[in-house]
Design a protein around this ligand. Sequence first.
Ligand SMILES: O=C(O)CCC(=O)C(=O)O
Ligand SMILES: [Fe+2]
Length: 342
Amino acid sequence: MEVVDDPIRVQTLVGKEAVPPQYVQPLETRPQRIVGNGNDNDNDEPSPPVIDLSKGSSVREQLERACRDWGAFHVINHGVPVELLGEMRRLGRSFFEDCTMDQKLSYGCDPNSPASEGYGSRMLVASNDTVLDWRDYYDHHTLPLSRQNPSKWPHFSPNYRKVVADYSDQMNSLAEKLLCLISESLGLPSSCIRDAIGEFYQNITVSYYPPCPQPELTLGLQSHSDMGAITLLIQDDVGGLEVLKDGKWVLVNPLCDAIFVILADQTEMITNGQYKSAPHRAITNGKKARLSVATFHDPAKMKIISPAFEPPKYRPVRYGDYVSSWYTQGPEGKRNVDALLI
Ligand SMILES: O=C(O)CCC(=O)C(=O)O
Ligand SMILES: [Fe+2]
């Protein structure tokens, strides 16, 4: 296996006047908007729907529309204490901003293993000539509990490990609840998608996007869809997450108490393409650092995923094989799940 050097953390580039050439996107993938200058959101631009989970009877209908039209939506009244969302954001930010680089590097992830836990900067990179993302991150392995080893997580704050463990529990329950509702919205038994995924493999990734001297040339995270079943994301008030809707990039409004739900590739497969995974990306800005916390819920590597409808439109795939092809080919704006279409 090719041995990869430990990547430069983007935070160490802050203060430069220009971005190094490896971070410059080709013309066709450069962002079309600059956030943080007061005209972030085009008034005519549609916004992802907001679904109130406490509104019993209409929730399934709203979910159905949001899943078909967007593959992504906000949920409010989701049952997760909003103080916990705030604590997770605060502690996540504190790691990046209050720890020294030496402290942070003592948690550095293994650059030779694609999904290793810890502090890194090059997660979605397929080859050495891929344009780099303007992002640093901290990835935590949280579920199943046999993968959870809090001694590997930052200990600069006495609360950090407890907050991450509580956050993991809460996201797990919400992901289960949403997959049940999503199954029901398609007339499937409520446990259908949940059972098709099996035991959740959950990762929590805190992404930190330092201010960028040339936001018009860069992306914080290149276009991709998430590989697993369902992603639950919170962000701060800076804004920069975009989802692709009818061929256009639409900004996801930061809603402080909401959780943003992103359908991922295995849910597209199981629903036989009735609900598509949502391509999304993050843009950067010149003034403020931006933070997001994404919680991924994936099947086990050995799990075979196949559509729950006849006739199937996708070939069955072992999840581990799907992941390996993703890491060797990279997202590069393609929809990897399309490769499984029959
Ligand atoms: O930072 C964001 O808003 C997006 C993060 C994301 O898409 C990911 O980590 O897969
Ligand atoms: Fe993502």
